[in-house]
Every structure is written in structure tokens, then in C-alpha cells.
Design a protein around this ligand. Structure first.
Ligand SMILES: *Cc1c(COP(=O)(O)O)cnc(C)c1O
Length: 420
């Protein structure tokens, strides 16, 4: 067993995992194929490790592929995570990334937790436990991965006060709920219909239509677009972003708090960001759940870099915005270069999508390569794995989501396939 395990050392896996692979092979392999099965078992282990893959799906924020791509390098040193360097006293981990994110959104204060779902849970628990939260029936959404607004509300201890109907909700519906003493309304919440659209006979109340109701207005934007004017993009907002709510404009329209994810349209690490009125943010930060849901120093350092990029108008250089804004001509040229070296693959115009449960139905003009047949599994077996998709009987590699630096790797993966 030990000898068999040692024969697999080239995989780079730790010895105990190789012993496990060897043991499986010895007990399960038919005679004569023990070594081959042990190798396959070791390879199976290796493929479970978290590792870089090439996203050729054309889905920019692919939840299975870690949403927004981002690099972060950090030396192994102590940091001032919770130390105020001016006073020498205990500081707050919200003083760095969260405060900078608030500034980037034009807000007084900010708070960062593990993800968007955690941020919603914390805000509800801290500001509305045992009290009512008014939400339009058209916004009682399921985001995916088990995030359902009514269930998160129940977990937080807040009581859902539904108003309006699935397709139509008016200001008067909110006024009636807020004016009902029995409802004991602590918050009015807007939830962005991130992943679906209701069309036809519809009516809703935008954030500016909720001013003056009384209770604070909280907007769960989900997607994390910082500013609808996209001042970090030379050409301004791309047409496919039209209609997407942004943190800065939602605050300006009167929201008291805005909640969004770090790894969607922000292009940052997984995080849940709450920005807005300082007194409300402070109440959230002091709630015991804030301790349980907080982010670690690695994430906060990475998010600080992202916040600084937005404040400096350098956010167009973030990997997410680079791929989102890449001109179509450049993608076509890359596709032509790759097709020239890949027998059976042809240049093809494609439609990339934002993904991550944002902007449903929105397509971003893109380009890539296509070949007849289904080569998805073979591309996934490449080192590093290439994740492609099949459409109309053809395998498609969309270049909008592939970093240009990865083109040679993609070329090698295509060249390694049997000629399509
Ligand atoms: C994505 C999303 C969430 C959940 O955010 P995560 O960071 O994925 O936890 C919550 N609300 C809305 C509206 C969303 O779009």
C-alpha cells in the first residue's frame, strides 16, 4: 500500500491522501488495474482542490466559478485590523474598507460582513427584531442558494408586513402599513428584483417615492453597482447596465441604508456591504450577530484595495470591469488569433451575460470560438481546467470572460483536443 502511495508522489498530494487513494484501488480495482485505478483516485482527489480555472462560459459573475475574479497579495505581517494607530487604543475593523466603501458610495458610514445574505440578516436583526418590516409582495424574492426574503426575515426575528400585490404596489399601500400601530413598523425595505422581471400591468414605488413615510428605508440592491454614472469607465455606463440601481443614486434618492454584495458588480471579494446613516450602521455594528458574521483581515484588505480603486476612479482596472468593458473588436481579434492555431475551431459572435443573479435577460455582445460537438468534459479535464458551454450542438468558448493573459493556455487546451 505504502509503495503504491509513494508511486503517486508526482501528483503533489500529501501522503495520507495518496494512501487513501491506494487503499481504495487495492480493495476495489479488478486484478491488473490497481496502479491505474490508484492514479485515477489520486487525480480525483487533486480535482477536488480549490484551483484556478479558465472561465470561457461568457458568464461574467459565475457563482460556481467564484463570481468576480480578483487577485490579492499580502505579506504575512500583523496589521492594524483593530488598532487605532493615532491613539494606540482598540480600533474598529470597520474603520478601513467599510469606511472607504461608504465614501465611494457617498454615505456617512459603512459596515462589512461575510456576504450579502449576512448583511440583510444583520440589518433586520439589529434594527427590527420583534417588530414589523414592510416589503412589497412583488419583492418577496428568492435569490438562489436558499436565500428567500421571507425566510431570512423570520430568522432575523423581524416580522414581515407584506403590502401591495405581486404586480402592483403603491405608496398608499406603504402608508397604510406604516400608519397601523398594530404593525409596529421599524423599517421599510426595498429588495431589488435581481434575477427576474415582472412585465405588463405593473407598478412599484422607487426609493424616492418612499421618502417621508417615517421608518428608515433600507434598500437591498444585491448587485453592488457603486455609481450609475460609472465614472471609472472612460465611456461611461455600458448600455447593458441601464436600469440597474446603484448605491450612490439610491442613497441620494433617500435610502437610509443600502446593502449589496462585494463579489457582484462591485468586482470585489465575497462580502456583504452596508452603507448609509451612521447611527443605523453603528446599531448594526454593535449587534452580537455582527461579531458572528464579520469578515476577516484578508477579505477586508482586499476590499480596501477595491474601495481605493473606486475612490481613485481606477475601478475600470479591476478584473471584473476590464472584462465587462472589453471592446468587441479586441475580443474578435483574439478569437481570430486563437482560431488560426486551433483546427476545427471557428470565430463566432456570442452573447455574454452578467450572471451572479444580476440583470436577467441582459446580454453583452461578445466573441469567441466554436467547434462542432461536445468537448466540455475534455476541456474541463485540461490542466488548468477550461470551463466552456454547449449551444446548438457546438462547444463555445466565450473570450469576454477569459483574461487575455490566459489565451496561450486556452490555445494549448484547444490544441490538445482531438480535432473536432
Ligand atoms: C445576491 C443577492 C443577495 C445575496 O448576496 P450574497 O452576497 O450572494 O449573499 C441578497 N439580495 C439580493 C437582492 C441579491 O441580489
Amino acid at each position: 500500500m505504502d509503495a503504491l502511495a509513494r508511486s503517486l508522489a508526482a501528483t503533489g498530494l500529501p501522503h495520507p491522501l495518496l494512501v487513501e487513494a491506494a487503499r481504495r484501488a487495492v480493495t476495489a480495482a479488478p486484478p491488473g488495474s490497481t496502479a491505474a485505478m490508484a492514479e485515477a483516485e489520486a487525480e480525483r482527489w487533486r480535482r477536488t482542490l480549490l484551483q484556478p480555472v479558465i472561465n470561457a462560459t461568457g458568464v461574467l459573475l459565475h457563482t460556481n466559478l467564484g463570481r468576480a475574479p480578483l487577485a490579492h497579495h499580502q505579506p504575512a505581517t500583523a496589521t492594524n485590523l483593530e488598532l487605532d494607530l493615532s491613539t494606540g487604543e482598540r480600533g474598529s475593523r470597520h474603520a478601513h474598507a467599510a469606511t472607504l466603501m461608504a465614501r465611494a458610495c457617498g454615505a456617512e458610514a459603512g459596515l462589512v460582513v461575510n456576504n450579502g445574505a449576512a448583511a440583510v440578516l444583520l440589518v433586520l436583526a439589529a434594527l427590527a427584531r420583534h417588530r414589523g418590516v414592510v416589503v412589497s409582495r412583488g419583492e418577496l424574492v428568492e435569490i438562489g442558494g436558499g436565500f428567500r426574503v421571507p425566510e431570512v426575515m423570520a430568522e432575523s426575528g423581524a416580522r414581515l408586513v407584506e403590502v401591495g400585490t405581486t404586480n402592483r404596489t403603491r405608496r398608499a399601500d406603504y402608508e397604510r402599513a406604516v400608519g397601523d400601530p398594530a404593525a409596529d413598523v421599524a423599517l421599510v425595505m426595498k429588495v431589488h428584483q435581481s434575477n427576474f422581471r415582472i412585465e405588463g400591468f405593473t407598478e412599484g414605488v422607487a426609493v424616492d417615492g418612499l421618502r417621508g413615510l417615517g421608518p428608515p428605508v433600507v434598500a437591498d440592491l444585491g448587485s453592488g453597482l457603486v455609481d450609475g454614472a460609472c465614472p471609472w469607465l472612460a465611456g461611461g455606463p455600458p448600455p447593458w447596465l441601464r436600469g440597474e440601481p446603484a448605491a450612490r443614486q439610491t442613497l441620494a434618492a433617500g435610502a437610509d441604508l443600502v446593502i449589496f454584495s462585494g463579489d457582484k458588480l462591485l468586482g470585489g471579494p465575497q462580502a456583504g456591504i452596508v452603507v448609509g446613516r451612521a447611527d443605523l450602521v453603528d446599531t448594526c455594528a454593535r449587534h452580537p450577530l455582527a461579531r458572528a458574521l464579520r469578515s476577516g483581515g484578508l477579505v477586508l484588505a482586499s476590499l480596501q484595495d477595491v474601495a481605493l480603486a473606486y475612490l481613485d476612479r481606477r475601478a475600470g482596472g479591476l478584473p471584473f470591469w476590464r472584462m465587462a468593458a472589453a471592446p468587441l473588436d479586441g475580443l474578435r481579434q483574439r478569437a481570430e488569433r486563437l482560431a488560426a492555431g486551433a483546427v476545427g475551431w471557428a470565430v463566432r459572435d456570442t452573447a455574454a451575460v452578467p450572471g451572479g443573479g444580476t440583470l436577467p435577460g441582459v446580454e453583452i455582445p461578445s466573441a469567441g470560438l466554436a467547434a462542432p460537438g461536445d468537448h466540455v468534459a475534455a476541456l474541463r479535464a485540461h490542466h488548468p481546467p477550461v470551463i466552456a458551454r454547449v449551444a446548438d450542438g457546438r462547444t463555445v468558448c466565450d473570450l469576454r470572460t477569459v483574461d487575455p493573459d490566459d489565451d496561450p493556455t486556452l490555445a494549448a487546451a484547444l490544441a490538445a483536443l482531438p480535432t473536432p
